[in-house]
Design a protein around this ligand. Structure first.
Ligand SMILES: [Zn+2]
Length: 199
């Protein structure tokens, strides 16, 4: 795990010292927009914020006024800013402007899956459908091909599906952690944490 402060030079290059949430100058705090999957540049999953926004992000409901800047920054082209904005607006859904703005935002599928990844399923969740993702956090859809990242015993079928096996034409299920697939012509259910999307 990279130390967040190590990301500062990259973020300053991208944002030019302006807070990516409220545009205040002299922003110098790194706000990590997790999770950070292996293979993704950590700076792509972090944003530059000012101290006031750093504080506000920790407890959005108590700092709604500070976060009004989201009305501009939510339209950023930087995916990490879009995701941070989406989550903060979600946390602020008691505020009419925030709820309205979140409805207007358009995130592409991958960014939306990332945004929803850490919203959790606890209190305050609106039962948002979670995306089905592989072991790297890559979104899976019906018809994708995946490879197994470990040997899997196929219970009841009496064989082991070997690591590296290519499984074509998967089908999603209601459970984002499980997919339907056919291996050796046998219909089985696979856990997504043991899969990697094949390209
Ligand atoms: Zn700020």
């Amino acid at each position: 795990m990279t130390n967040p402060s190590d990301l500062l030079p990259d973020l300053l290059t991208r944002a030019g010292s302006a807070c990516e949430l409220c545009a205040a100058q002299d922003a110098a705090q790194v706000y990590v927009v997790g999770p950070v999957p292996a293979g993704v540049a950590a700076a792509d999953r972090a944003i530059l914020v000012c101290e006031a926004c750093q504080e506000a992000a920790a407890d959005p409901a108590a700092h709604a006024a500070q976060l009004r800047g989201l009305q501009q920054s939510a339209w950023s082209e930087v995916p990490a800013v879009q995701v941070a904005a989406y989550r903060l607006l979600h946390a602020l859904s008691g505020e009419t402007w925030a709820a309205d703005l979140r409805e207007q935002l358009y995130l592409d599928d991958e960014t939306l899956a990332w945004a929803q990844a850490e919203l959790g399923t606890g209190a305050g969740s609106e039962g948002v459908a979670r995306a089905t993702v592989d072991s790297n956090g890559t979104v899976l859809v019906d018809g994708d091909s995946v490879t197994l990242i470990k040997d899997l015993d196929v219970k009841g079928a009496g064989f082991t599906a070997k690591r590296g096996t290519l499984v074509k034409n998967i089908r999603l299920t209601d459970d984002p952690e499980l997919i339907d697939a056919r291996v050796n012509k046998i219909a089985i259910v696979l856990k997504t944490c043991f899969l990697k999307k094949a390209t």
